[in-house]
Design a binder for this molecule. Structure first.
Ligand SMILES: Cc1ncc(COP(=O)(O)O)c(C=O)c1O
Length: 392
């Protein structure tokens, strides 16, 4: 069996040893200095000023939209464009926050929204926000997309849960918009078991994310900011401030274990990305030679950080045959994320829209993926490659 993921952590043995030691010594398990240290380390890695740690990537997405709403930068009923090929909890928060989700088609060649897809959507819909997903370690032509958003006053935010470490146009994915979200769930580029992050350079948004993460109170804000907020609301004593709730929020706090694991795994992140890249190059060389399959284009990407190994066949019939081969060889497989999101029951239940999404549909019916992670052995890669030779 080649599972989607073999271990929870990269360098699992060392990580568990360090975690045991941490648990033995620490007296505080609820959110504290390890979370803060991880946020600072992550900001340095990503090249952003601020990062806020959450208990999941889904929470990060929900908190980001709630924060923009609390700040009055978006309002109920605003149109939010999103990549039609994404994960459910990229879209669900758009609905939960009372916004109007507009799917944008994704290119078969890059698996992502390209600027021409965005322009086609903008012919029909006016968008307030574009919540783009950088899918599966790949990305669209983000510089052009950013330019279009800037020209038209569209707030660009990135769901980078699947593309941590990918680089293009001289920076990392997740640095093209106002803010970006990340997931540290098992099998992502780094794991804190469960965990997520929002990164941004915008101080006002950073402060609101901190409020939204924990009950709507001011306890985790910097002291001078607490004083300002309390003054504005006429909160006169520390006693009263303890239970004053300033805006709509959740409890999405991580624990110190999340923070500790984040710091540990951050040390191994580059090594993890490098190994995934090496694996992908070996597999890609075989895909390239097989005319049953479509090669995913990444010439515009200077550093690829593969999330999984995605296979897109030229027809559904071929896809079904390759699925059979992979399953027969004991390789665990999955659909390409949530496929065309419009086909998902939750979307049909709440959203009355039917956008033509021919390319995303093609990926939905003709694609699948298997795992790509550092612990794949030479034999595992051989087995995957043996399933990728052209069918007779
Ligand atoms: C694109 C995308 N967004 C959001 C999420 C949610 O992350 P989490 O599982 O940490 O809640 C995922 C999870 O895989 C994802 O792939």
């Amino acid at each position: 069996m080649i599972p989607l993921m073999k271990f929870t952590f990269i360098n699992e043995y060392e990580t568990k040893e360090e975690l045991i030691e941490f648990i033995r010594k620490t007296s505080k398990f609820s959110m504290g200095e390890k979370c803060l240290e991880f946020e600072q380390g992550f900001s340095r890695f990503q090249g952003r000023r601020y990062s806020v740690l959450f208990n999941s990537g889904a929470s990060a997405n929900l908190a980001l939209l709630q924060s923009l709403k609390n700040l009055g930068r978006i309002k109920e009923g605003d149109n939010v464009g999103f990549s039609a090929l994404t994960w459910a909890t990229n879209v669900m928060p758009i609905i939960q926050i009372g916004l109007n989700p507009i799917p944008v088609d994704c290119s078969v060649n890059t698996l992502n929204v390209m600027s021409n897809n965005l322009l086609a959507t903008l012919e029909k819909y006016k968008l307030r926000v574009l919540f783009i997903t950088n899918a599966l370690g790949f990305a669209g032509d983000l510089l052009n997309i950013k330019e279009i958003c800037n020209e038209r006053g569209i707030i660009l935010i990135e769901d980078n849960c699947e593309s941590l470490g990918t680089e293009l146009y001289g920076t990392k994915t997740g640095n093209f918009g106002l803010a970006s979200t990340f997931s540290f769930f098992v099998a992502h580029h780094m794991s804190t078991i469960e965990g997520g992050m929002v990164s941004t350079d915008d101080e006002e948004l950073y402060d609101m994310l901190i409020i939204v993460r924990a009950n709507g109170w001011d306890r985790n804000l910097r002291h001078d900011k607490q004083i300002r907020l309390r003054k504005a609301h006429n909160i006169l004593s520390e006693f009263e401030a303890k239970y004053t709730f300033y805006d709509l929020a959740f409890n999405m706090r991580p624990t110190e274990i999340t923070g500790f694991l984040g710091l540990t795994q951050l040390k191994y992140l580059s090594q993890n990305i490098e190994k995934r890249n090496q694996n992908y190059q070996l597999i890609e060389a075989v895909i390239e030679k097989n005319s049953d399959l479509i090669l995913i284009s990444h010439e515009h990407i200077s550093k690829l950080s593969p999330f999984a190994t995605v296979i897109v066949c030229k027809s559904k019939e071929l896809r079904d045959k390759y699925l059979y081969r992979f399953s027969g060889a004991g390789i665990e497989i999955r659909p390409v994320i949530a496929g065309n999101i419009q086909r998902q029951p939750f979307f049909k239940k709440y959203i009355n829209i039917n956008v033509d999404l021919p390319s995303t549909d093609f990926i939905h019916y003709c694609g699948f993926y298997c795992g790509n992670y550092p612990e794949l052995t030479d034999m595992d890669i051989e087995t995957i490659i043996s399933c990728l030779h052209k069918l007779d």
